[in-house]
Design a protein around this ligand. Structure first.
Ligand code: F6R
Length: 613
């Protein structure tokens, strides 16, 4: 949510910053702006709308050449997405330019103080207040680093701030609290970004920053302090993907590319998880076997698609370990006064590792002495850093705003966690665990089979003009139905709802009308009780005129009489079925949104990595 870029070095900052913003645009596309240090002044430009509008403005009115600059792509919180509220924001005298991600919670009080002192603010944003305060510090003689430290001590809330001072082209200064910021380490140049995509074409060496730190980058180096000015440091790491992973690679959308990357992402997330003797190992599991054996309850917290991965995890963990599992929306968790103690394991699932609701939930859990394990795709992000243990997924960067390969690899991590707990607690025999691991190892090939069947494209295109779609599932297929509906809502802007098939008759069946498309995730054969109940649900909606589109295992003929359309899935166990069943639903949403002419990678009102509560 909001993308931030900073650069100081030998190259033209404008090109570096604009390219960085292009790679971060998925974090927000309400407006974009740039500021450069230009011989004692700040040169800047900003425009509402997508980055292309800013680029056009720069062509019309070129900025000066400079090797020091900052940039911003916005997801609006305070103030409408117009030119005035776009970042950068300037201090009163125009000496300082600032970009910001997050929310400064005490900005009203600070703004009143500034206005009483005669400041006129040009925008409705919380950010401009910080710009004025910083410039006041500079005018009082502080350098930009000291000014940033002092101002941060006065701010409440969540913020990443990145600033330049017109009188000092040698540095860019940034600060972070509860909001993401990483440093890119180059030769004779250094970078700042909301995430590493901002500078991946220049360097794969990065510095992860801690909470409440100020960082100063110059050509020569990087220095880190606390808000109180005390020396501090970040954690250096190497980014394990390169520029090609952040390109569309011939696809029309990042999302489509990411859907097709899923066999590889799943395989990578399974890699190296078994010792030569066949036992499961999780490298980043920093909790001892003893600690894990003490766990008597698991609470999974997550948002959106990651929450649905958590719902699938509940089935797997309870089945394989017999440990009771609750799944909770991260945004609700703290407010219900959850019962937690040292034997509760809280599992936080987050692709980005920066989701504010999830972050606040794990902080709450840790205050109650619970151990926290993160399942995360982003090295260097806040949630794994603040957790006791982590299982990293290896999906590579997910740039499409709608999560796809993030979801599948989260499922893999959840299965691994469940099996690992079963191994440690002895609730499953070694050969049972090996059997599931072998089944997991065959999943990339099964996912590929689903991807190779392109019939779902034509099916999606038939639904241009449809206003409402329902999704039904049972057991592990229920979260798949919810995920299918979420994908369709966020990409095609349609009314789409997922239901547990058994619930239908308790109310939602009233929605069914003639020709209403109902996508049904049918449990595999072998779980006949479940399948038979699903069949009843399908018959009930069909009897009321629905058009049933059934995702059903190959070789299962029993559904045919009740399906208007059959989408075949490979034969896999019921607990692993979400890994294949969700793929046609992803393709369906992507293709339908494309046919409707929507921007699939940047759906309206959304942004990736939701860093505000
Ligand atoms: C939906 C989607 C979101 C995210 C949610 C959590 O396609 O992408 O619902 O799943 O915002 O994000 P993370 O996993 O980064 O915490």
């Amino acid at each position: 949510m909001c993308g931030i870029v900073g650069y100081v070095g030998e190259k033209q900052a404008q090109a570096v910053v604009i390219e960085g913003l292009r790679r971060l645009e998925y974090r927000g596309y309400d407006s974009a702006g740039i500021a450069l240090v230009d011989g004692g002044a700040v040169a800047w430009q900003k425009r509402a709308g997508k980055l292309a509008n800013l680029e056009k403005a720069i062509v019309d009115e070129p900025l000066a050449l400079s090797t020091t600059g900052i940039g911003h792509t916005r997801w609006a919180t305070h103030g409408a997405p117009n030119d005035a509220n776009a970042h950068p924001h300037l201090g009163r005298g125009g000496r300082l330019a600032l970009v910001h991600n997050g929310i400064i919670e005490n900005f009203v009080e600070l703004r009143t103080g500034l206005e009483n002192a005669g400041h006129e603010l040009a925008s409705e944003t919380d950010t401009e207040v910080a710009a004025h305060l910083l410039e006041l510090e500079l005018d009082a003689g502080a350098d930009l680093t000291t000014a940033m430290q002092r101002v941060c001590c006065r701010l409440e809330g969540a913020f990443t701030l990145v600033a330049i001072d017109a009188t000092d082209p040698s540095r860019v200064v940034a600060a972070r609290r509860n909001s993401p910021l990483v440093v890119g380490l180059g030769e004779g140049e250094n970078f700042l970004g909301s995430d590493v995509a901002a500078f991946i074409e220049h360097t794969r060496e990065a510095l992860e920053l801690g909470q409440d730190q100020v960082v100063t980058i110059t050509r020569e180096g990087v220095s880190v302090t606390g808000f109180d000015g005390s020396p501090s440091e970040g954690r250096r790491y190497h980014v394990d993907w390169d520029l090609s992973a952040a390109e569309k690679d011939g696809h029309d959308w990042f999302m489509r590319k990411e859907i097709y990357e899923q066999p590889r992402a799943v395989a990578d997330s399974l890699l190296g998880r078994r010792t030569p003797s066949g036992a499961l190992q999780l490298d980043e599991m920093r909790l001892s076997d003893e600690e894990l054996r003490d766990i008597d309850k698991i609470i999974i917290i997550a948002c959106g698609t990651s929450f649905y991965a958590g719902m699938v995890a509940k089935y797997a963990i309870e089945h394989w370990t017999r440990i009771p599992v609750e799944v909770e929306l991260a945004s609700e968790f703290r407010y219900r006064d959850p019962i937690l103690n040292a034997s509760t394991l809280v599992v936080a699932i987050s692709q980005s590792g920066e989701t504010a609701d999830t972050l606040q939930a794990i902080r709450h859990a840790r205050l109650q002495r619970s151990r926290v394990l993160a399942i995360c795709n982003t090295n260097g992000s806040t949630i794994p850093r603040e957790s006791d243990a982590v299982i990293y997924t290896h999906a590579g960067p997910e740039i499409g705003v709608a999560s796809t390969k993030g979801f599948l690899t989260q499922l893999v991590a959840c299965y691994l966690l469940a099996l690992y707990l079963a191994q440690v607690k002895g609730t499953r025999f070694g050969d049972e665990i090996t059997e599931v691991m072998d089944q997991l190892d065959s999943m990339p090939a099964h996912i590929q089979t689903v991807l190779d069947d392109e019939a779902v494209y034509a099916l999606a295109r038939e639904h241009v003009g449809t206003r409402s779609v329902l999704f039904l599932g049972r057991h592990a297929g229920y979260p798949v139905a919810l995920e299918g509906a979420l994908k369709l809502k966020e990409l095609a802007y349609l009314h789409a709802e997922g239901f547990a098939a058994g619930e239908l008759k308790h109310g939602p069946i009233a929605l069914v009308e003639d020709r209403l498309p109902v996508l049904c995730v049918v449990p595999p054969q072998g779980r006949d009780q479940l399948r038979d109940k699903m069949l009843s649900g399908i018959q009930e909606v069909r009897a009321r005129g629905a058009r049933t589109i059934c995702l059903v295992e190959e070789g299962d003929e029993s559904i045919e009489p009740y399906a208007d359309v059959l989408v075949r899935l490979p034969k896999v166990p019921v607990l692993l079925q979400p890994l294949v069943a969700v793929v046609p639903l992803q393709l369906f949403a992507c293709e339908l949104a494309t046919a409707l002419g929507h921007d699939v990678d940047q759906p309206r009102n959304l942004a990736k990595s939701v860093t505000v509560e």
